[in-house]
Structure formats: structure tokens, C-alpha cells
Design a protein around this ligand. Structure first.
Ligand SMILES: [Zn+2]
Ligand SMILES: [Zn+2]
Length: 134
């Protein structure tokens, strides 16, 4: 499926192809910190399909406990996270942040990973008071 993404300020735009079956929610503590939220939703781009259309993203290299380095790519103007990928190379395998995508409504997650660090409340939002806008 073809997807179209943009950061919040609009400087960065991109497109890619994703398999909707591969969309995951990640509950790891790095994703909690780096997203500023309870979890992150990620769609892996098909290899080589990610294409930057405008803007100059910056990357932050994150080193995991096992030493794996991953580039966390974001907009230097508005801070929107764009994707993560292997560090030190032009990434062809990138995990796109689903919240940046025009097609986000069509990409519900199929799997949750790192559930050991999931916040308890995220597994059931249905009982929390709902307000349409505020
Ligand atoms: Zn931006
Ligand atoms: Zn994660």
C-alpha cells in the first residue's frame, strides 16, 4: 500500500510502500520516551520504498542495551518523529511512525511488542471517559 507522510510543520514530506499486515505497536520504554507517549505505532516500509520528497530530517543515534545502534529520524523544526532505521547508512529498511501518515486510519496495528513494559491502562481505553474534542 502506498503511503504519504508529513511532519507537523510540513517541511518534511515523504512516501513509501507498506504492508498493512506488518503494523505494530511497540511498548518498549525507548518508544515511550522518544514518542513522548505511552507507546508507538510503526509501519515498516518495504525495502527501498521510502522516498524523501522534501525537507532535511535530522537523526539521533540510539544505542540499545545490546549495542545495536539505530537512527531515530525526526524533523529538526517541529520535532515530529519520522522513522527509525539502521544507523550509519542510507537506510533502506525503515520503521515509519504511523501518526505522520495521511493513511493512518487504514493502518490499525496487527501486533503488540515489548508488552512487558506496556502501561497497564493502554490495554483497555474503553472504560475511560470520552470527550470528542476539548
Ligand atoms: Zn517539521
Ligand atoms: Zn519500541
Amino acid at each position: 500500500m502506498k503511503i504519504h507522510g508529513s511532519c507537523h510543520c510540513g517541511d518534511i514530506t515523504f512516501e513509501a510502500e507498506v504492508d498493512p499486515e506488518q503494523v505494530v505497536v511497540c511498548h518498549c520504554t525507548d518508544c515511550q520516551t522518544l514518542s513522548g507517549s505511552a507507546y508507538r505505532t510503526v509501519a515498516p516500509a518495504l525495502v527501498g520504498s521510502y522516498k524523501l520528497l522534501s525537507g532535511s530530517p535530522k537523526s539521533y543515534i540510539k544505542t540499545a542495551q545490546d549495542g545495536t545502534k539505530r537512527a531515530q529520524v525526526f524533523c529538526p523544526e517541529c520535532g515530529t518523529p519520522i522513522y527509525s532505521g539502521p544507523a550509519g547508512e542510507e537506510s533502506t529498511m525503515v520503521g515509519i511512525r504511523v501518526g505522520t501518515l495521511r493513511e493512518r486510519d487504514q493502518l490499525p496495528p496487527r501486533k503488540q511488542v515489548w508488552c512487558g513494559s506496556a502501561q497497564d491502562w493502554v490495554q483497555d481505553l474503553s472504560s475511560i471517559t470520552k470527550i470528542v474534542s476539548h
